[in-house]
Structures are given as structure tokens and as C-alpha cells.
Design a protein around this ligand. Structure first.
Ligand SMILES: [Cu+2]
Length: 596
């Protein structure tokens, strides 16, 4: 075979050209001017082979600077494509040539790291064929690249969010909802609940802070119905990529189960599910096997249930299957505000703009009055030290979700909690814990195990705590209460194994993305912990990841929600030291970067 020959002679190399252009985006709901690659609103798919030396010439046809970041690829930092950290970016009219070896396989993507070009359409897919045979079989494959196309430009969205953080939240609860609550729960508790949310200056519907978008699959809106063809009985590999600016999707294909075989480009031990949630910037490869001669809907609901992407798998083009309705939007509970675990001592009340909440005076516990731990929490099988719940206040007796004014918080609904199995990646009692549409299996991070560990397992040499913080009222997002423009870089030493502790003190879910090095997500499986490039942290939870610091240079580390990254939830990481001749010549003072 040609590939084998190429490897033998060491000459496998490919050259690729990409132009960055103004394009017109037609979603079926609206049309707007956006940014695309190679003159097209259909995302470009780059196909590489593991071991290949790639040369990619990127020509900027815009009248502004651009950049391309190769999301999830392990490469020299000067090729990473983040203006202000990796390089200066690509000026209007110029061509920048990237050169790097492809040292991995799997599904990845690329996007602009300049301003809001990515939300405006500047994204594409990367598929890398492995050197060795894959541990699963498939007859054909499709890239299924999701995004949340918005009629407003990214710049306009950011301006509006800064003026009015709930500008795009169309699900604010109404008087009618309030009367419903009063009828269901009694007027007093409805009032208490209402005032608690009011004091926190947020809404229980703040699951998505950007609404009004049209989800696309491979550049096509629901009415345009992207379709992938199959022959009944074939195994089809779907490479899901979430290239949204802001939107998590819950994906299902009614009538088909999905066997997850890769997460973020790395093989995982296969797990068969009915539905999965894909965080912004994640990728999941699944295999489906439709046996019937009929169409199936690929249905991806936004996590806040305000919109859906829809595509079709069918034996012949033009076929359609039933399209499900959106489910009821989830409502945040006080558990999502960090009330569900014992991290309150570290909450920065000032930064959260919630001076009225007196966390100090109530012990958040999930211990029943008779001091039994609540059923359904499944603490027995949870590895507390690994999951970071070692500080949970289990012993102090009172089941208190009591506000400072003495009212008991609503929305915790302990009765129904007992029935649902606990998922350590969602705060207990959370309104966000996903459930499969028809009662089937929903993928959890806890299900992900590496097929083949990339690293020898060892204890971390150091722990770094990163509290995810924000001020919803001013639309400022930060880490440890400090936004990027005021922050010192995170300094790592080559050869360390660093354990990152994410404590989400906000009401939003944040997909945290470290460039240049793998993020080993701690699901309590030791050497089998999955290897990822994005780690999603739900409200009120503490999540750990570890990184073998094996890439000298300077890297970006940020929330992948575009408007969170831009408003400050972003850090520069400097890796000091390294093998002789390999350590980077660092500019460790500059702290300027843009984009998500
Ligand atoms: Cu965020």
C-alpha cells in the first residue's frame, strides 16, 4: 500500500491550502454574512494520516487579522495558532504557513482564535487516520459538525451581553409560571424561591446565556436536513464535533443506540448509550448500526432546550424520519449554585455579586436528619478522594438548604433524588443532570475509560486550584476571581504531572480547554482515566484533571464558551524548562490574546 511505502521511506508529507473568506451563511431561518474557509459555508474537512508531516498554507482574504488554531492537536507551540501567545496572527492579505508532524489520530477540528470569527463561521473538521488498525469496525463514516449559528455577529452579541446579560435569555419565567409554582408548592415557598433567585441576580433558566440561534449540522439548518446515506446492516461511524460558540447539545438518534468509541480523538472502551451530551469543543465518535430500510433522525437538542439541530441517516436521499419535540427546559436549582458541596469557604461572594446570600451560616449537607446519607447519592461507590468531594460536609447533621432568611430552598426535591442514580459530574439535586429521552442510558463522564493509556500512571507532583468564577450582572467571567487581562500566567515545569482542581462557583457549565497537552480527566479509574482536550465542569461541582507537562512553550487555557473566554475566563500557561534544544524561547510577559 502507498501508505506503508511512505512510512518505510519516511516521506509521508502533505501540503494543504486554506483560504479565509467572507461567505454568506444560509441557515433556512436566516441568512447573514459570515466567515468561512475555502469560500464555502460548508465546513472544510481536512484529512491527515498519523505520522504525516503537514504543511498548511493559510491565506487571509479578510480585511482584518485572522488565525487558525488546530484544536486538540499536539504540536510545537509556535504552530498552535493563538494570537498573542503562539504568534502574531495572520494579517489581511498574507499567507501563513503552518508546519507540524501529526502525532495522533482521531477526530478534531480547527477554528479561528481571533475575535469572534469562530462564532461567525470560521471552523472546520480534522479527521486523522491512525497508523495502526482501529479496535472497532465500521463500513462508512460521516463527520457531524454542530454549531449554533446566530443572526447577530459575535461582536454585536458581546456588546449586547455587556449591556444586558440576560439580553438573549428568552426563557425568563412569567407571572403564569409563578402562579403555577404557587399552586403546586404553596404561595409561601414560591415566594421564598423567587426572592432567593432575585437576590442572586440570575434566573433558574440561565442554562444557556445565548439563545435565538439556529443549530447547524455540517453547515445546514434543521429545514435543510443534512443527510448521510447507508445500506441497512452497515456500521456507520459518526464523528460528532461541537463547534458551537456557546451551546451544549444532547444528541440522540431515535430507534438507534450509539456505541461511543472515541472521546476527544482518543479511543475509549466502548460504551453503548441512548443519548449523550457534547460540551462545546468536544468530539465524540460513535458507531450506529441501522438494520431497517428506513430513515432515522439525528436529533441534537440544545441543553437549554431552546433549539435543535436535525439531520437524517437514510438508505436513500430525500427520506425523512419523525422529528421529536423539544423537551421541557431544565431549571437550575440552588444545588447548581454550589450549594451541594462544601466548597463555600472559598466562594468569593463579592465577585459573585451575591452579598445577600449568607453561605457562612448554613452547612450544605446531604445527610438525613437521622444521619443516614441520602439514598441515591451512591456515596459508597464514589471515590471521594478522586472525585474531590473529600470536603463534603456530610457529618454536621442537618439537611440544610436553608437560606439566610430561614426559608428552606425549593427546587432540591429530595423525594425524586432518591430514585435517580447519582452522577458525580452533576451537583446532587441539580436541575441539570441529563436523562435520556425514553428512559434509556445517558452517557456520563464516569462511563469513559481509556482504551489504551497514553501515559504511565503516577501521582501528581502538584495541585493547582482553579475556581471558575463570574459576575453575571456585569457579564464578567474569570478564574479565581481574576479576569485574563489582570492575571499572571500559570507557570508549569517541564516534567511535572499537575493535578488541576476545577471548582465551579457559577451557575453556568464551563468547557475548559488546555492547549498543547492532554487533559486526563479523573473519573476515578486511575490509569484508565480518559484522555481529553476539553473538560466540562457543571455548576456546583468540583472536577479534577491531570496533565503530564511534556510540551515546552506557552499555551492558552480557557473556557471554550466564546463570550466567557473573551470576557476573562482565560489564562496563559507557560511551560518552563524542557530537554536541551527543545525548551522554548519564551516571551513570558505578554498577556494579550483574543478569541475563544
Ligand atoms: Cu465559561
Amino acid at each position: 500500500m502507498a501508505i506503508a511505502t511512505s512510512f518505510a521511506t519516511g516521506s509521508l508529507a502533505g501540503e494543504y491550502d486554506i483560504t479565509v473568506d467572507r461567505i454568506t451563511l444560509e441557515t433556512g431561518d436566516f441568512s447573514k454574512t459570515g466567515i468561512g474557509y475555502n469560500g464555502s459555508s460548508t465546513p472544510t474537512v481536512l484529512r491527515f494520516k498519523e505520522g504525516e508531516e503537514v504543511t498548511i498554507n493559510v491565506t487571509n482574504n479578510l480585511d482584518e487579522d485572522t488565525s487558525i488554531h488546530w484544536h486538540g492537536l499536539i504540536l510545537p507551540y509556535q504552530q498552535d495558532g493563538v494570537p498573542g501567545i503562539s504568534y502574531e496572527g495572520i494579517k489581511s492579505g498574507e499567507t501563513f504557513t503552518y508546519r507540524f508532524p501529526i502525532v495522533q489520530s482521531g477526530t478534531y477540528w480547527f477554528h479561528s482564535h481571533s475575535g469572534f470569527q469562530e462564532p461567525d463561521g470560521a471552523y472546520g473538521a480534522i479527521v486523522i487516520e491512525p497508523k495502526e488498525r482501529e479496535p472497532f469496525r465500521f463500513n462508512r463514516e460521516y463527520v457531524v459538525q454542530l454549531t449554533d449559528a446566530h443572526p447577530h455577529s459575535g461582536d454585536r452579541i458581546m456588546r449586547n451581553l455587556k449591556l444586558m446579560p440576560d439580553y438573549y435569555n428568552r426563557q425568563q419565567r412569567t407571572l403564569l409560571d409563578f402562579l403555577d409554582d404557587s399552586r403546586d408548592r404553596g404561595l409561601a415557598s414560591a415566594l421564598d424561591d423567587r426572592s432567593a433567585w432575585g437576590e442572586m441576580r440570575m434566573m433558574p433558566t440561565d442554562v444557556e446565556d445565548l439563545q435565538g440561534f439556529t443549530p447547524l449540522i455540517n453547515g445546514m439548518g434543521p429545514s435543510q436536513n443534512w443527510t448521510g446515506l447507508f445500506e441497512p446492516g452497515e456500521r456507520i461511524r459518526l464523528r460528532f464535533i461541537n463547534s458551537s460558540a456557546m451551546t451544549y447539545f444532547d444528541i440522540r438518534i431515535p430507534g438507534l443506540q450509539m456505541t461511543v468509541v472515541q472521546a476527544d480523538g482518543n479511543n475509549v472502551q466502548p460504551v453503548t448509550v441512548d443519548e449523550l451530551r457534547i460540551a462545546v469543543a468536544e468530539t465524540y465518535d460513535v458507531i450506529v448500526r441501522p438494520t431497517e430500510d428506513r430513515a432515522y433522525t439525528v436529533f441534537a437538542e440544545s441543553m437549554g432546550r431552546t433549539a435543535f439541530a436535525r439531520g437524517t441517516l437514510a438508505p436513500r436521499s430525500g427520506m425523512e424520519a419523525e422529528v421529536p419535540d423539544l423537551r421541557e427546559p431544565p431549571l437550575l436549582t440552588m444545588a447548581d449554585m454550589g450549594m451541594a458541596h462544601g466548597e463555600h469557604g472559598s466562594m468569593d461572594q463579592g465577585a459573585m455579586g451575591q452579598g445577600a446570600m449568607d453561605h457562612g451560616s448554613n452547612q450544605p449537607t446531604h445527610t438525613m436528619p437521622d444521619s443516614r446519607v441520602m439514598q441515591g447519592m451512591n456515596h459508597g461507590t464514589m471515590d471521594h478522594s478522586a472525585m474531590g468531594h473529600g470536603t463534603m460536609g456530610q457529618s454536621s447533621g442537618q439537611p440544610t438548604h436553608i437560606m439566610s432568611d430561614g426559608s428552606v430552598m425549593q427546587g432540591m426535591d429530595h423525594g425524586t433524588m432518591a430514585a435517580a442514580p447519582a452522577d458525580p459530574f452533576y451537583a446532587p439535586g441539580s436541575g441539570l443532570t441529563p436523562q435520556a429521552a425514553d428512559g434509556g442510558k445517558f452517557l456520563s463522564y464516569a462511563d469513559l475509560k481509556a482504551q489504551k493509556p497514553l501515559y504511565e500512571h503516577r501521582d501528581a507532583t502538584r495541585e493547582i486550584e482553579l475556581r471558575l468564577t463570574g459576575n453575571m450582572e456585569r457579564y464578567i467571567w474569570s478564574i479565581n476571581g481574576v479576569k485574563f487581562s489582570d492575571a499572571e500566567p500559570i507557570r508549569l515545569q517541564y516534567g511535572e504531572r499537575v493535578r488541576f482542581k476545577f471548582v465551579n462557583e457559577t451557575m453556568m457549565t464551563h468547557p475548559m480547554h488546555l492547549h498543547g497537552m492532554w487533559s486526563i480527566l479523573d473519573v476515578g479509574q486511575g490509569k484508565w482515566n480518559p484522555i481529553k482536550h476539553v473538560v466540562s465542569v457543571a455548576p456546583g461541582t468540583t472536577v479534577f484533571m491531570e496533565t503530564e507537562v511534556d510540551a515546552p512553550g506557552q499555551w492558552a487555557f480557557h473556557c471554550h464558551l466564546s463570550y466567557h473566554a473573551d470576557s476573562g475566563m482565560f489564562r496563559k500557561v507557560v511551560v518552563e524548562g524542557g530537554p536541551v534544544g527543545k525548551s522554548a524561547d519564551l516571551d513570558t510577559t505578554s498577556n494579550h490574546a483574543t478569541g475563544g
